[in-house]
Structure formats: structure tokens, C-alpha cells
Design a protein around this ligand. Structure first.
Ligand code: ZN
Ligand code: FE
Length: 253
């Protein structure tokens, strides 16, 4: 099993420090350096790897300095070699990345960026999905089409419902405000809204969430679900079109 620690950084990013029993320690999407080194030191962990999901600065900003300071190896998307600073190990869809005694399956999930990948640690039920899937949201389509993003989200949706979604941002509250305008009567969404209100009032993170709950409450995973389609007045339409419409509404929200 992985030992996973969450480090809030910048405005609303989460960086994860992940340790496997053999002592390998990965930083997932280092947005910076100091808070990560401080936490690793506090835990007595030695950073051996960086796992990048995509090239945005709030995900790779710490790559070069952390590599220089720790001599760690940087793992990132084979599809985006130019834009991941210091990348040593390129991984692509379906690859198994061996991480000490554990392993991650890699999914190619374009849409937010054209090279975006996600890491699924099956035995620990942990999914590191960067800016593809958020709790009650998904990433903006900076470099991809609605069809690409919907296909990527479907890929993640078929993972076991107990999977924990370790996304890279604390956007849940505003995502819920939008989602409630789409599906105000969704009971799973209302339940999640109450839970998130409670967590945030205590200053606690709403991430990770459980994939099973996302499937019931996240409008971006529901473009092929009759209730969501009806709420969008798009019953029977192609899920890609429904997804695109929800995404467009969110962009304008
Ligand atoms: Zn991003
Ligand atoms: Fe981001």
C-alpha cells in the first residue's frame, strides 16, 4: 500500500508525496519546491521520483530544482517530451510504471492538454489524474476537443468505484455551485454539496473523493446518463454533444 500525503500549495493546487513500502518516494506534479522539501524532511522521506501528469507550470514548476537537489528521476508523458522539464522516463498509454514494490498503470487522457496522462495505482485504489478529472468538475479544454476529453473521462470512469480521485486542485466548492445549476435535484450531488460545505467550513480538503460518488454527482461524467441529459434538455443526444454543452456552460459560468 502507498502512504500518500497531500500538500496544499499556490492558491488551490495539491501536490502529493507518495511513498511505497520499499522506500521509493514520488512527488506528483510539483508546483513548487520549498513546501515539498519541508514535508519530505519532516517525514524523513527521500524523494526518488517525480510523476508529472501534464506540462502546465503549476504541475512541473518544481521539476528542475527538485531534480537538482534530490537527484530524483522524472516520469512524464511520452506524448509531450518537449514540455516536461528534465524528463527521464517517458510513459504512454497502458504502460506499467514500476515504483519500488508498487506499480502504476498509465492512461493517456488528452483534452485539458494534448499530452495529459493519469497514474492509477490499482493495489492502493489511488488515481492521480492531474487536471483531467476534478471533484464535481473536469479540466478546461485548452488543447483538446470535447470528444477527446469525454473519451478520457470514460476511461477513468470505468475504474473501480472505490478508487480515490487525487486531483490537482481544490476547486470542489465552485464546481458544485455550477453543477447544482445543471442538476439541482441530483441527490448524490446535494449530499456532496452538504459534505463539502462542512469540510470547507473547517478548512479541510475535499480531495480525494471517491470515484463512485463522482459518477453519481459529477455532471462531466454523466453526459450519457438519462437524468443529466433530461436536465440539459438534450435527451437521447450524442454524449459528446451533451458533454460539450455542459463544458461550454461551465466556461461561461
Ligand atoms: Zn493544468
Ligand atoms: Fe493545474
Amino acid at each position: 500500500m502507498l502512504d500518500i500525503r497531500q500538500i496544499p500549495i499556490l492558491n488551490d493546487n495539491y501536490v502529493y508525496l507518495v511513498r511505497e513500502p520499499g522506500g521509493c518516494v514520488a512527488v506528483v506534479d510539483p508546483a513548487g519546491v520549498t513546501p515539498i522539501l519541508r514535508e519530505a524532511e519532516r517525514l524523513g522521506w527521500t524523494i526518488t521520483h517525480i510523476l508529472n501528469t501534464h506540462h502546465h507550470p503549476d504541475h512541473v514548476g518544481g521539476n528542475v530544482e527538485l531534480k537538482w537537489l534530490t537527484k530524483c528521476e522524472i516520469v512524464g508523458p511520452a506524448a509531450d517530451p518537449q514540455r516536461i522539464p528534465g524528463m527521464d522516463i517517458k510513459v504512454a498509454d497502458g504502460d506499467l510504471f514500476k515504483f519500488g514494490t508498487e506499480q502504476a498503470e498509465v492512461f493517456f487522457v488528452p483534452g485539458h492538454t494534448r499530452g495529459h496522462i493519469a497514474y492509477w495505482f490499482k493495489d492502493s485504489a489511488a488515481l492521480f489524474c492531474g487536471d483531467t478529472l476534478f471533484s464535481i468538475g473536469c479540466g478546461r479544454l485548452f488543447e483538446g476537443t470535447p470528444e477527446e476529453m469525454w473519451t478520457s473521462l470514460l476511461r477513468l470512469r470505468q475504474l473501480p468505484p472505490e478508487t480515490r480521485v487525487y486531483c490537482a486542485h481544490e476547486y470542489t466548492e465552485s464546481n458544485i455551485r455550477f453543477a447544482l445549476t445543471v442538476e439541482p435535484d441530483n441527490r448524490a450531488l446535494r449530499r456532496r454539496a452538504a459534505e463539502v460545505r462542512e469540510l470547507r467550513s473547517k478548512g479541510l480538503p475535499t480531495v480525494p473523493s471517491r470515484l463512485g460518488e463522482e459518477i453519481e454527482a459529477n455532471p462531466f461524467l454523466r453526459a450519457d446518463v438519462p437524468a443529466l441529459q433530461a436536465a440539459m434538455a438534450m435527451s437521447g443526444r450524442n454524449p459528446v454533444d451533451v458533454f460539450a454543452a455542459v463544458r461550454r456552460q461551465k466556461d461561461a459560468f
